[in-house]
Design a protein around this ligand. Structure first.
Ligand code: SAH
Length: 345
């Protein structure tokens, strides 16, 4: 079988060349072609001797997802791409332009097994894990198409990253590699619905990424209702894991909290939330729920959002309310894919 050269650490590519009887430095040249010059055809790699190009064509392929749909928001701050993988699966990725730079939202699985009631990605369950190369290709799709610099990445697309632990870790190492994107770990945020044992494991990796936990509720009763997977890890277990993550890494944890009218957005919920996290050093990202009319879940009105935020602030918490980016282009998880499948069925 031919080796897919896309999405490997330099060491592995070096090994591939050495096993083929070629010098190690060719690996670095190949990486320059793939990740700096965007050349995806061995025949065009003219820095290589002809015999080596032939050997590559016989023994290797460059297999990475292809872009099948692009959507731009009207104000230009969000671009969403739909990618088709080599097995025909579809995944979504989003680029958000912020004042501080471009942030890419990466999917980690095809579909998702977590079953959150508000999330379009999970409707059909989880099909498979993405490879590190398939995650990396999401970032390169934007770089190639729009030549944009990437400032940060957020693992907040489809899928539960901590269920695809090894590949996600390897992907973050690839993003960090100097011969690749050379991104700092501080520019990476991993968002999880809260698989507590994997949070302990991640803390031990000693990489200074930001951990974001989709908390979405101040107690188990509400959380179990909207995040069915949370039944396995009670909310207090999760808070303990977050505290541990901060103690070991020194990185302040972010709690994501979707605001849903009539479910978790009352004053009492905000107060309960403050009691739950206590004096822990953390940040809250409040997210008015997005694009879920079909299951009749709506964001609270502006005043209620403001009130919720103020209560957290009064308790000394740092809070941001997520701007509603990309709503018009179905930027919430899984919504572009659903639309595409509908159009093409
Ligand atoms: N599985 C991971 C990462 C993917 S989801 C996690 O649960 O964190 C990324 C974030 O988007 C999560 O906080 C998720 O709860 C949120 N999200 C999903 N659907 C949403 C919707 N319709 N409106 C607002 N946020 C949503």
């Amino acid at each position: 079988m031919k080796w897919n050269v896309w999405g490997h650490p330099l060491k592995e590519t070096e090994q591939f060349f050495q096993e083929g009887g070629f010098p190690r430095f060719r690996a670095k040249q190949l990486h320059d072609y793939l990740y700096k010059r965007y050349v995806y055809d061995f025949a065009q790699m003219t820095q290589f001797p002809a015999a080596m190009r032939d050997w590559l064509s016989e023994n290797a392929v460059i297999e990475k997802p292809e872009v099948v749909r692009q959507q731009h928001s009207s104000n230009g701050d969000t671009i969403k791409l739909l990618l088709r993988l080599s097995d025909g699966s579809l995944i979504e990725t989003v680029c958000m332009k912020h004042d501080y730079g471009n942030s890419i939202c990466v999917s980690t699985q095809v579909g998702c097994a977590m079953g959150c009631i508000f999330c379009a990605s999970t409707r059909k369950g989880m099909e498979r894990n993405l490879t590190p190369g398939e995650m990396l290709a999401q970032i390169y799709a934007f770089r190639m198409l729009y030549q944009i610099p990437v400032h940060s990445i957020v693992l907040m697309g489809s899928g539960e990253p901590l269920q695809n632990y090894e590949n996600v870790l390897q992907f973050m190492h690839l993003c960090h590699a100097p011969d690749g994107l050379n991104l700092s770990y501080r520019g990476m945020t991993l968002s999880t619905c809260g698989i507590a044992p994997a949070i302990y494991q991640l803390a031990d990796e000693k990489i200074p990424i930001t951990l974001a936990i989709s908390l979405h509720a101040p107690n188990d009763e509400i959380r179990n209702r909207i995040l069915p997977s949370s039944r396995k890890y009670p909310i207090q277990t999760l808070i303990d894991a977050a505290r541990h993550y901060f103690n070991v890494t020194g990185r302040r944890v972010t709690f994501e909290y979707i605001l849903i009218k009539g479910i978790n957005a009352e004053r009492t919920h905000a107060e309960e939330l403050c009691r739950l996290v206590g004096d822990m050093s953390c940040h809250f990202n409040l997210i008015p729920i997005n694009g879920t009319e079909h299951i009749q879940l709506y964001p609270p009105d502006h005043q209620a959002i403001e009130r919720f935020s103020q209560i957290l602030e009064k308790h000394g918490k740092s809070v941001t309310v997520r701007r509603q980016m990309g709503d018009e282009i179905q930027a919430a998880c899984g919504q572009l894919k659903r639309r595409y499948l509908k159009d093409n069925s």
